[in-house]
Design a protein around this ligand. Structure first.
Ligand SMILES: *[C@@H]1O[C@H](CO)[C@@H](O)[C@H](O)[C@H]1NC(C)=O
Ligand SMILES: *[C@@H]1O[C@H](CO)[C@@H](O)[C@H](O)[C@H]1NC(C)=O
Ligand SMILES: *[C@@H]1O[C@H](CO)[C@@H](O)[C@H](O)[C@H]1NC(C)=O
Length: 467
């Protein structure tokens, strides 16, 4: 027996199958087949060639196991019945392999010969050495022992190595690490002899949060905010609770060094519920039975800048993911309500100089004296200065943040421009006012004059009639 043990990390696993076939010639001249398989798995023993309309027999240790007659009727030994099936190509499937099957000689014969084949099962075992936590997944930092054993026949010329879930060949001396989320997945034990390669798979589950996004999340007042955090789909809350989860929470850190504000925590009593604390108007995208722990709000705000930390706490380890949020913002100096002719400075920024891989694109209102194309086709400047705004500059200005061909976010500002009263307009307004006043005076004078004349006429009348 050839064995290799190595301690990679703690464990969990389902042992999956193996089996490849080696063909050897035995000393008797009858052909002998060697199959490698794992206990609990199934194996398919396949005789070469086809034998239609012949009696075929399978034996174990010299006794009847299964047969098929010339009419196609099959029979299998009652004790083996639920574990055996005889296929139409004469293959024998043995399910749920047991320890004793590996000491059994299986034989296939065609009645009237000459075909006669012998089959041997050799045991290959890939498993975790930790017997106590077979069904429990690992946490990062736990240790795992994986073992791979292959029974050999004849001279021991087997070579054994492991492939990690990324398919990288692992040498034993490199395997003394603590579990990380990279260790999650299928480990493969590879056994090689002169002729064949045999593999045994072991599944390892490592509980961890999904990786945080590599780049920050961008938002603005005119865009939604989403702060992602989730568990990988192969992990359930039950597994997490079974590992001794103590707390789940979200925190917000507005600036490096400032004290964290707690946004939400998960109450561990059944049913799981999120307890809002200082929510900042954020909400969870899903109810807590799901594995998506992301936060969201329909609109970003300037105060959203900062780090958001999603934490799963266990007794000895805390799993955290930090998401950086950046806010794009347009500011206008001297303000958003201007009089045409004023100088205007517009700034579109994240609150710090733009990294070299990001660029801005301005979209002025349609009638603006500035057009998007006049700003150059590459990156547009952070600051725009318009020496004298015109009425066409009023309306919605948009600024977009781009990385290569991806628009990360966009911000908007609406400017209101009032017309300026020019000297000419003042002259016109004053003239009109003067004219109106003159007309009023004239009307008044005429009216007065008329009243005087009328009174005069009446007195004339009285005087000359003697009344
Ligand atoms: C979680 O929800 C957010 C918002 O609906 C979505 O963008 C994200 O893709 C989801 N994540 C997973 C892992 O489902
Ligand atoms: C606009 O910016 C320039 C220099 O960048 C500055 O001299 C000027 O005072 C600013 N104007 C306003 C209205 O802020
Ligand atoms: C952007 O493009 C550059 C070169 O064209 C490339 O090296 C870089 O990886 C790209 N960045 C992203 C985030 O796609």
């Amino acid at each position: 027996s050839n064995s290799l043990f190595f301690s990679v990390t703690e464990m969990k696993n389902l042992i999956q199958s193996v089996l490849l076939l080696a063909m050897l010639m035995s000393t008797t001249g009858a052909e002998e087949f060697i199959y490698y398989a794992q206990v609990g798995e199934k194996v398919t023993l396949k005789p070469p060639g086809v034998h239609p309309q012949k009696y075929v027999y399978w034996y174990f240790n010299g006794r009847d196991l299964a047969w098929r007659n010339t009419m196609g009727k099959t029979w299998t030994k009652p004790r083996w019945k639920d574990r055996l099936s005889l296929l139409s190509d004469d293959s024998l499937i043995i399910n749920n392999l047991e320890q004793e099957d590996f000491t059994t000689i299986f034989k296939f014969e065609v009645y009237g010969g000459p075909s006669e084949y012998t089959y041997k099962l050799l045991k290959l075992t890939g498993k975790s050495k930790n017997k106590y936590e077979l069904t429990s997944p690992l946490l990062p930092g736990d240790s795992l022992s994986l073992s791979c054993n292959a029974v050999t026949q004849g001279p021991n010329n087997l070579k054994i190595h492991w492939l990690n879930p990324q398919g990288v060949k692992m040498r034993p001396e490199q395997l003394h690490a603590r579990a990380t989320s990279q260790d999650n997945g299928q480990w493969t034990c590879v056994v090689t002899n002169a002729r064949q390669t045999h593999v045994a798979n072991v599944f390892v589950t490592v509980i961890d949060l999904s990786p945080a996004p590599l780049s920050p999340q961008y938002t603005s007042k005119s865009r939604p905010l989403t702060v992602p955090c989730s568990l990988p789909p192969y992990i359930s809350w039950d597994q997490i609770k079974a590992k001794g989860m103590q707390e789940v929470h979200w925190q917000f850190i507005p600036e490096p060094g400032s004290s964290p504000q707690r946004l939400f925590s998960l109450s561990l009593e059944d049913p799981l519920t999120w307890k809002p604390e200082l929510t900042r108007g954020l909400r969870l995208v899903q109810d807590p039975t799901k594995i998506n722990l992301s936060l969201t709000r329909d609109q970003g705000s300037e105060e959203d800048r900062g780090d958001y930390v999603c934490t799963l706490e266990f007794k000895n380890v805390a799993l955290t993911r930090t998401v950086h949020v950046k806010v794009l913002q347009i500011t206008s100096s001297p303000g958003t309500e201007l009089i045409s002719g004023q100088q205007l400075n517009l700034t579109c920024s994240l609150g710090h100089p733009l990294p070299s891989d990001l660029r801005l694109k301005w979209f002025p209102p349609k009638k603006s004296s500035l057009s998007s194309s006049s700003l150059g086709s590459g990156g547009h400047p952070t600051h725009l200065t318009i020496p004298e705004v015109g009425r066409g500059d009023g309306g919605k200005w948009r600024c977009e943040l781009w990385q290569n061909d991806t628009r990360l976010t966009s911000a908007e500002i609406t400017l209101k421009i009032e017309p300026k009263l020019s000297v000419w307009m003042l002259v016109v307004i004053c003239s009109v006012t003067v004219i109106v006043i003159l007309i009023l005076i004239l009307v008044f004078i005429l009216y007065q004059h008329r009243q005087v004349q009328l009174n005069h006429s009446y007195s004339f009348l009285f005087d000359h009639t003697g009344l």
